[in-house]
Design a protein. Structure first.
Length: 135
């Protein structure tokens, strides 16, 4: 009869060490636009060589936070920041029923989103606080 009872404690130690240890880090910071906190927007981190974002967060009153559970693995990232124009209630009411109309206009230059020049490097065990001052 195999001695499985000896394997269980060893397996439990390895499983406990692996919980939450996938290398993801909390990432947070502050975004300004023309010297003022960006009222509302979205920040996305795109790992080098990837097509889709690896993580991101809403920006509210300039602050954003990607919690460790949904955080980023160590590496270099392109950072895209988007702040779509807020549609007015009148414009929304003019849309045909069931239609949302054209997408909202981006208020930030392309160099901050679709053709981003922003970069960040996430490091294991570091504070990973990235502030962006968009001019």
């Amino acid at each position: 009869m195999p001695q499985y009872y000896m394997i269980l404690p060893v397996a439990a130690v390895f499983l406990a060490a692996g919980c939450g240890g996938d290398g993801r880090s909390k990432v947070h910071g502050f975004v300004k636009h023309q010297g003022k906190p960006l009222k509302a927007g979205v920040i996305s981190f795109i790992e080098e060589g990837a097509i889709a974002p690896s993580g991101g967060s809403a920006i509210i009153d300039g602050r954003y936070e990607v919690p460790a559970e949904a955080g980023l693995k160590p590496g270099k990232y392109a950072v895209a920041i988007s702040a779509p124009e807020n549609k007015s209630k009148a414009a929304a009411e003019q849309a045909m029923p069931g239609m949302s109309g054209p997408p909202p206009k981006e208020t930030l230059p392309a160099k901050y989103n679709s053709k981003t020049e922003l970069r960040a490097e996430v490091k294991a065990g570091a504070k990973n606080e990235f502030d962006f001052d968009l001019q």
